[in-house]
Structure formats: C-alpha cells, structure tokens
Design a protein around this ligand. Sequence first.
Ligand code: ZN
Length: 339
Amino acid sequence: MTGHWARWLLSLARVSVGAGRGPARLTILRHHRVYADAERPLYRLGVSESVLDRQLALLAEVGLAPVTVGEGLARLASGRPGHVVALTFDDGYLDNATRALPALARHGARATFYLTAGLMESRRAPWWDVLAHVLERARAPRVEGLAWAGAAPLPLGGDAARRAALAALLPRFRVPPPVRDARLAELAISLGVAEPAPCELATWEQAAAFPRAGMEVGGHTLTHPHLTTLDAEDQRLEIGGSVALVRERLGVPCPGFAYPGGDHDEVTVAMARESGVAHAVTTLAGDNRAGAPAWTLHRRGLNEGACLDPAGRFSRRLALAEVDGAFDRLRGHDSGVAA
Ligand SMILES: [Zn+2]
C-alpha cells in the first residue's frame, strides 16, 4: 500500500481539529513557494495558488485561521486552552508577496516569512534552483563521469528523467558550501549550461510588502547553507548576519529564524539565541505545547499533494488530518521536503 493510500485510509478515523478544543497547542505549518496553477517547475517546492486558497478557507472555516509564530507563542503563553495554527513561508520568494499575501488577506490569516537575506541582497539563486536550472537546460543527454554524482549515469531525456535525476542528485548537495558550489559549477560545465540561473527571490523593495501587510518576518541565513556543515563562527555570520540584514533593509523587528532544511545542532541553536531572535523553527514534525523550547519549535509541512485525495481532488478531511498531525508517525521524525 502506498503512503498516499495509507494516509487516505487513516484519515477516515482521524480526530477532529478545531479552535477551542483540547489543551493548549500550537501547530506551525510550513510552506515555501506559491505557484500559479498552470506552473510546472522541474523542482516543485510549494503549493499552487488555488490549493493555498482552499487550505486557508478551510482553516478559517474551522476557526483556525493562521497567525504568525510570535502570535501563536503569545497565545500559548497566555494559558488559554485550545488549538492555534501559525503559518510560515521559507526562503523569501517573490511569489510569497504576489500570491501568498493576497490569499492571506482574503481569509483573514497571517504568517511569518523567513528571508534568505544574503541571496536577496546579492540576487543569486538558491543552490537547488541552480541545480534545477542546469538539469532543465542540459545539452548533454545524461549526467555521467562525476565522481560525487554516483557511478550510474543519470539520463536526462524528458521531464520525468530530469525529475528523477534531480531527486537522485539533491542529497549530494548536503555538503559545505564551497564543495556544493564546486559541484554545481562542475555539473553546469559537464552539461554545457553557461547561463546563470535567475534569482526568483523577492527584492528588498518587494519584501517590504510583508511587514506593510502586518506580517512577521524572520531570518533564514544569508546563503542557505546546511548550517551543521559550518564551524561556529561561520554559523554566527550566517544566522546573525541574516537577522541584522533583515532588520536593516526592512527597518522592522526580526523576531524569528528558520533553520534551512531544518538542519541544526546545539551550536546552531546557541547562535540563533545569540542573534537576538525570540523564536526559531525546525522541520521536526509535531505540535508545540505550553513551555516548548522557543528556539527548536516543531513545524509540519502542508504540501499540496498531502491535501489531495487518491483522485487528485482537494480533500478537506486529508488537509485537516495533516494539520492535526495524524501522519507524523507515518512520515517519521522529519516533516517532508525541506529547503
Ligand atoms: Zn529554506
């Protein structure tokens, strides 16, 4: 039985969620990009505009219209019982400003936006966008002859093959940034791709729309490294530097931080605290209860595929079961795709 079918069957017996029910708990949901419905990117890291709209409408209907992480924590600290949901968007893509903000406004919802400050500043594409760009434009028929890419050649004929190659290569980039960048450069040369990947992150001017709409902003490092591959000083620069840059460029408080890919250890957490943020989120699945450690908050992905029934239609029951954490054990500790 596939995971999809297992989730569908489990959702039939799911517990109910809704505001005011049960003890105090904060569910933090995670999104990345918001795509136009017709978009079919090679690397899909997000939700379509219409699925996001359905998710927000449903949450509002059951009394769980999302708030920011800071507001969710304040609610937990107040001691009031019941369920509260916070929504987050990672990375700082322009589509968050053009598509997520209007959807949030339509449904009376709020969110926290974590910004990859250094890449926004330098206008460089995140590493996974560079990887997808190179595979999409490859002139060579396959990836081969690169020691780090594995022994078996990866064919690139057609979208499905390119997606499979992307999935096979993604784990090879969980390495220190200089190694990561060298591999990307080597891959681009071997596949005959010379043009740089466009940066689809928001500019600072565009990102100013987040606080202007009353949303919370947070840091997400300067260049989106796997933080635990860095020494303490580089972690300090990446974390503290991003928080300082968000504050400086947007002229607003930057109370939050999100660990890229959820990657963190004790040093990372210490550096997040040192940067002056009040809270930080991981990708560890689960809810947050009163007294939860504020710098290792749990967070649950709400991917669009997870809200679709076996026939591909938006399922209210699956979406609510996802929000409720009915599948945390099925998926293991980490809550799905992370960047
Ligand atoms: Zn990220």
